[in-house]
Design a protein around this ligand. Structure first.
Ligand code: SF4
Length: 215
């Protein structure tokens, strides 16, 4: 079966298995997603969702956050790890947003990538979730599971993103990535994938290889 055909079947199965596909970070405004996804680097979404209500409660607008003292941002965000770097990036990105874009989060990847602390994962998440444009959010689950499935063959997020863009329906790609996260937490867990429970096992290279080895 062609990879593209397999990708379409996997997309459909995951859609059935996880009807609700959405970002697990809590936010109300686009600028808040930009902040939350920066905090999520090397941190769990659950922890970020505990920290952001405090941060956004104290600094309720992008402008307030841009003008906030670094020390105060740092104090709040440090439970997410890399506190100083994240606080610096948040302050700098909010300053750029307010001064150069009037507080309106841009809707294209290239512009978003010019913001401090915004990498491809964050930019794709914003473009996909805020603006509904085709996006491929390559986080750790997405990279690992697509490798196991045999749809991609790299651990480099930019390469995986490019390979998935060639395979996935653009209208489905953003939700597909959200579903990868759900699948990675529920079934295809990193330490021991529950292959026998997996809705795409007959389409998974890793499962088929292990089955063939067992005979
Ligand atoms: S069959 Fe196993 S390895 Fe393949 S996607 Fe499912 S849980 Fe992951």
């Amino acid at each position: 079966m062609e990879k593209k055909e397999r990708a379409a079947l996997i997309t459909a199965r995951l859609k059935e298995e996880y009807p609700v596909a959405q970002c697990t970070l809590d936010y109300e405004h686009a600028w808040q997603l930009m902040v939350a996804v920066r905090l999520a680097a090397q941190c769990t979404d659950a922890r970020v969702d505990m920290v952001t209500p405090v941060l956004f409660g104290k600094f309720p607008t992008a402008k307030a956050l841009a003008e906030a003292p670094f020390e105060e941002i740092h104090e709040i965000v440090k439970p997410c790890g890399l506190g100083a770097t994240k606080a610096r990036d948040i302050k700098a990105s909010m300053t750029k947003l307010v001064e150069e874009y009037g507080g309106i989060v841009p809707d294209d990847l290239d512009t978003l990538l010019t913001f401090p602390g915004v990498g491809r994962k964050s930019a794709n998440l914003i473009v996909g979730d805020i603006y509904g444009k085709p996006a491929v959010v390559c986080d750790t689950h997405c990279i690992r599971i697509n490798g196991l499935l045999g749809l991609t063959d790299s651990k480099d997020p930019a390469v995986v993103e490019r390979q998935l863009r060639e395979l996935l329906d653009p209208a489905e790609s953003n939700d597909y990535c959200h579903r990868m996260v759900l699948h990675g937490r529920a079934v295809c867990v990193a330490r021991k994938p529950k292959c026998e429970e997996c809705c795409v096992r007959d389409l998974c290279d890793n499962f088929l290889r292990l089955s063939a080895e067992k005979g």
